[in-house]
Structure formats: structure tokens, C-alpha cells
Ligand binder design. Sequence first.
Ligand SMILES: [Zn+2]
Length: 557
Amino acid sequence: MTRPVEVVDELASEQDWLCCAGCRVLIYRKRFDRLAGVCPECGQHTQLVLTQRFEQLLDSGSITAVDTGQTIDDPLRFSDRIAYRNRLTDARHATALSAAVEVVSGTIGGYPVVVAAMDFRFLGGSMGAAEGEAVTRAAEAALRKRVPLLLVTASGGARMQEGAISLMQMAKTSNAMAALDEAGLLTITLVTDPTYGGVAASFATLSDVILAEPGARMGFAGPRVIEQTIRRKLPDGFQTAEFLLRHGLVDDVRPRAELASVLGVLATASAPVPRRWGEAETDPTRYHPDQLAMKSSADVVRLARDLDRPTTLDHLVNWVEGFVELHGDRTGFDCPAVVGGIAILDGLPVVVIGHQKGHDTAELVRRNFGMASPAGYRKAARLMRLAAKLRVPLVTLLDTPGAYPGLDAEEHGQSSAVAECMRIMGGLPSPVVSVITGEGGSGGALALGVANRVLMCENAMYSVISPEGCAAILWKTSEAATAAAEALRVDARSSLELGIVDGVVPEPNSGAHADPAEASELVRRAVVCALRELRTQDGQELVAERRQRFRRFGTEP
Ligand SMILES: [Zn+2]
């Protein structure tokens, strides 16, 4: 996917027909414009000029320029072969821009946002004082208006001709991003090709959500510098959006045509929600053990593990109007056994996190049977912090045999990753509802289960260890798994009696696997009713109640 940026000039010629630099196919210019600069044959995303970019992302007629301030043009009176002052004049003349960044306010899907976008044609999108000031002013405008900030990046890095003044823009913009974190305002980056150096290593990667266009490259050091340093050839696709996604460094790769709708869902997450919410819903949850049939533990274990039970992603498909899945732990990995993101539940923005199994062998293998790595818990922790920052409720769905017991998992700190999740969940200043939807396996499940309300599906199980594991250790034979499950009291009725869960969500007659859609609907209603009640409490009350809930275990008769 790596390609020279010069191709843009070829595409920007004034003829009626264009030749795609990716696949060499001829494209009618008007069609190419209608496709927002994306090749219909190979999908190559070319660079857009800023007016095109703003028009593509924002609602038509909503765009207003935001003042980007005054800065010193040439602080060092720098000159190489050509005086920097002249280079600036030429760039301004060629692009009709005053700097590589422009800032506008507008709406996406009706929701207000501030957008700062970079134009690579202006001195390679490099960050000088004017660009740093513009990004900082964009953040300040978002803060003043209390709306999300969207950053569209394209940059070669810092601007050498402005020396250390340019370097300082990294710190200045990072501080501006921190102010938005403190104010609880959503920040989003859209990485376009290419985004490097001081821009990648400051505001671009500090956003809550980082999306990338297909093929867009982002990195700290450029590939040529790395190859010269390590004296090795870099792999194909190095530093592309797809590479970054695999390494947990961006949340998702989305084609240009999908951006407006994805950003619309994200912008909704910052919109106010009426106090009266979910009032029409009736609660299917059973709160007394007497309301539940006695079940044999052997049946429960079998049903809890049934591969036709709805998974976390199945629940999300059934429940929500909009869901943007967010990937990665931002430190090198994305664990497929944990999924999560921002969802709109009956108009209420929520962060949802859950273990993810699968319905067939191929997906189970790909998802490591729902056994998360430390990266999975670090991704979960990141999303929990996002829920705390945005003050939106957190919903978690638990379905795992346990955290993955592997060599890599130990090397990467499985214990601390699990522990950190529990600590963050316990202190979250927003409502938290957890549902054990299938297998609630040990610490790997509880890592996502420190909630104000813990619910459990009728045929789910919750256990300190797998019945097989317990049998092998205490009975000295895994044949005794049924006896172990019975003794451990892993079923929902027992969990309710013990106070481990607060309520049990009924399942269709023969179990969730028999009617997954109906099973999912029952869980949705239970979650809505729990959230409806919790939303009346403030952050301090929620934290105090949650900590008290877990404080009492083992001390009450
Ligand atoms: Zn093409």
C-alpha cells in the first residue's frame, strides 16, 4: 500500500480523465470528485484539499471559519538554499492558504463540532508556529463551545525552518488536548496519508478515538530513516492504517464514504440526553431466588457454554441504533477476545465492553475462545476511562472461560491488566451495569464485572474456577466436574442467593440458544431498566454505592 505522495499531483491535473496512481485505471474526473477522491477500482484514497474535506465531513451549509490567530512567520530568519520567508510566500500562493491548518466549526449529523484539518500541499503539512497555534485555537474553541474536537491530520512532522519554536508546538498542542480531557469533551483524530513526526507524536495520537483512512501511513520516524538506522528492509504495508490497526494503535480504518456516519454516532455521544429516559420499558429481571427454577449444575454449565447463545456483538446488533467499535490498547496490540466501543442505546450514549466468543470453530479460534490477553484488558481499561471522561454509562457483558493462561500473557502482565480494570471500574463516576451472559469465568470475567448492578442470565454461570479445573485440583480427576459445579454453586439462582448478582434475566423457555433474538431483547430491557434507575444518582454516589456493594462480601450472614 505504500506509495509516493507525488501521485497526488498527477491526479490533480485539469483534464477530464485521471489516471489512478494505485491501479493505473482511467477515471472520469467528475466521477472521481463524486467519490470524494477515492478510486472506484482499487479504493486508493487521494489527498483532498481542505474545502473538499470540510464539505465531505460536515453538514452542508453548517461551516463557519474559526479564527486561527496571529503568529511570527519566520522566528529564526532562516535560510537554506532559499529563504524560508520565500518558501512560505510560495506555499501561500500555491494553496491559497495562510498555513497548513484551517479550523472551522459546523455540524455532523446535526451535532456541533470544531474541526482542524491539515493540508499536506502546504510545505508537507509541517507544523510550525502557525499550525500549532491553529490546532490549539481549535481545541480552545471546542472547550468554549463544549463540543467535540475533530482533527484531520496530514503532516511530514515538525517544520525545521522554525527550529525549536516548531518543536514546542508539540507540547503546546498536547496541553490543549489535555484541557479537553479535563473538561470531558470528546476528541477524535482522522489520520490521512501521511501523518508523521511531531504531529503523530503530539495531538494526533492523544485523541479518544483515532480513525484512519485506508492505506494512510502514520509513524514517529519515516520508513527511510528507520531502514537506514536498523539496516534492514521494512515489511510491506509498514506503518499503514491496516498495520496500525493490527498493532492496536488506531481504533479503526474506515473508507471515506463511511466517515460522516461514523462521526455522527461519535458526535451523538457528546449530546445531552433528557433526564426522563427508558421510562416505557418493563423490567423482566427476577430479583428473588424463589422466582427461579432449581437447575442442575450440569445443565447450567452445558447451556452457559452453548455456542448458539448470543455473543456481545450479537447483543449490540440487536440493541443499538449506532455502534462504533474501538480497537486496540494503544501500546502495540489489539485483542479480539474483548470488544467494545461507543453505542447509542435508545438515544442514550453508552460505552459497551464485552468478552467475545463466536459461533463456529473459525471465529472461536480467531477470538481465542473469549480468553482475553493483557491487551484485551488494557483495551477495556482504555474504554472504561473514556466512559469516565465523557460521563456516559458503562455496560459490560461477561462471557469468558477466564483470562488467557499463556506464556505471552504472563510476559505482558496479565495480573496487573486484570487488577487495573477492577480498580478503574470501582472508581468510575458514571453508572455501571454488568451482565454475565454466558460463562463468568474467574478473574478474567470479574475484571469487567465491578458494577453498580450485576445481572446474570438465567442459564449463565459464575465461578471462581472452571468446574473441570476445580475437579482436577480437589477431586484429583476432571471426571468430577459435575460434582465440582454443584459444590461451587455456579448457577444463577445460587449466585442470587449469595448476593453475587443483583438480579437474574430470564431466558426463552429452553434457553438463549433456542431464541437468541428474544434472549437478547430480554437482556436489553433489563439493562435499560438498571441504567434508568442508576442515572438518577450522581458520580460520587455511584462510586460509594459500588464500592460498598463489593465491600460487604463475606461479612454479612
Ligand atoms: Zn485505483
